[in-house]
Design a protein around this ligand. Structure first.
Ligand code: GA4
Length: 330
């Protein structure tokens, strides 16, 4: 199903809503309940005390900033963004555009090692920094997926996490850089940080994968959608990870969790850099809900499909299209 064109920027409603901040050091059964609640209501929450060491984050952030500071011809050496490499302004394969430049990496250690010499002057250092980050965020992702299964009272509590632990998983690491976009001084409106002067950095969409773990610097721009036409700005906090439910997790929870629609608007003064880990299953994985989540009162919403099938459909559509609807049972 193709969604109607979005409301023009600036005519939309932006609301301040408290986004759940979940402390992973709190009591496990409480944490799992809070996560299930947040995933059902928003498909989004923030985590603190997440266990990903600061030095691992700081090193990758430094590598990202050094890469984006390079002259364009050097960045282009990383190869085109699809499937893995450097992209600037174009998103996907069907004409979506944004005020963004980015680097997409496969999370497979061999692939990272191979790619590193086109990205960094010290490829072995780059590849070990990226691998350390991926290992740490994958650990956090697995922990969150186990907590989700526990909170949903699914007996096989590793049913979701084992998909992103798989050596053949199709997970992706993406570094996004949103350079500041100047606004006309006559147009300046100091009472609102984000209004119609801000351009789209990354347009409205949901993430196709299972879950996304996003860490950004202290520059805002990320917004999540709660209802049609209502946007909530996410306060940036370099010490937290934002967790997005992706389309696959919506399907695997039989609609108990919602995959969050989100976007990024540019900032007029500062550049935003975010690092997103997209946890995905292997291409041949069949996406189905565990038996506990399919009941006579809650029949199965989606037909079974593979991640490869879903990925192919995703890349054949525009960024903002609602792809999961195509897999809904009639
Ligand atoms: C959104 C999540 C990830 O950034 C991404 C994106 C991908 C791309 O930028 O090439 C997609 C987009 C994302 C959703 C639908 C398709 C694919 C652009 C697009 C139009 C890397 C991903 O996996 O899906």
């Amino acid at each position: 199903m193709v969604v109607p064109p979005p409301t023009p920027l600036g005519t939309e409603k932006v609301r301040a809503v408290d986004i759940p901040i979940i402390d992973l050091s709190a009591q496990r059964s409480e944490v799992s309940k809070l996560i299930v609640k947040a995933c059902g209501k928003f498909g989004f929450f923030k985590v603190i005390n997440h266990g990903v060491p600061n030095h691992i984050i700081a090193k990758l952030e430094h590598e990202g900033l050094s890469f984006f500071a390079k002259p364009v011809p050097e960045k282009l050496r990383a190869g085109p963004a699809n499937p893995f490499g450097y992209g600037c302004k174009t998103i996907g394969l069907n004409g979506d555009m944004g005020e963004i430049e980015y680097l997409v990496l496969n999370t497979n250690p061999l692939s990272i090692a191979e790619r590193s010499n086109t990205i960094s002057d010290d490829p072995s250092k780059f590849s070990s920094i990226v691998s350390d980050y991926i290992e740490a965020v994958r650990g956090l992702g697995c922990e969150l997926l186990d907590l989700m299964a526990e909170g949903l009272l699914v007996t096989d509590t590793s049913v979701f996490s084992r998909l992103i632990r798989d050596v053949d998983c199709d997970s992706v690491l993406r570094l996004n850089h949103y350079p500041p976009v100047q606004v006309d001084c006559n147009d300046r409106n100091t009472s609102h940080p984000y209004d119609n002067r801000n351009k789209v950095g990354f347009g409205e969409h949901s993430d196709p994968q299972i879950l996304t773990l996003l860490r950004s610097n202290d520059v805002g721009g990320l917004q999540i959608s709660i209802e049609d036409g209502m946007w909530i700005p996410v306060t940036p906090d370099p010490n937290t990870f934002c967790v997005n439910v992706g389309d696959m997790l919506q399907a695997m929870t039989n609609g108990r969790f919602v995959s969050v629609r989100h976007r990024v608007l540019t900032n007029s003064g500062k550049s935003r850099m975010s690092m997103a880990y997209f946890g995905a299953p292997s291409l041949q994985t069949r996406i189905t809900a565990p038996p506990e989540l399919v009941t006579p009162n809650r029949l199965s919403l989606y037909r079974p499909f593979t991640w490869a099938e879903y990925k192919k459909v995703s890349y054949s559509l525009r960024l903002g299209d609602s792809r999961l609807e195509l897999f809904r049972k009639c």
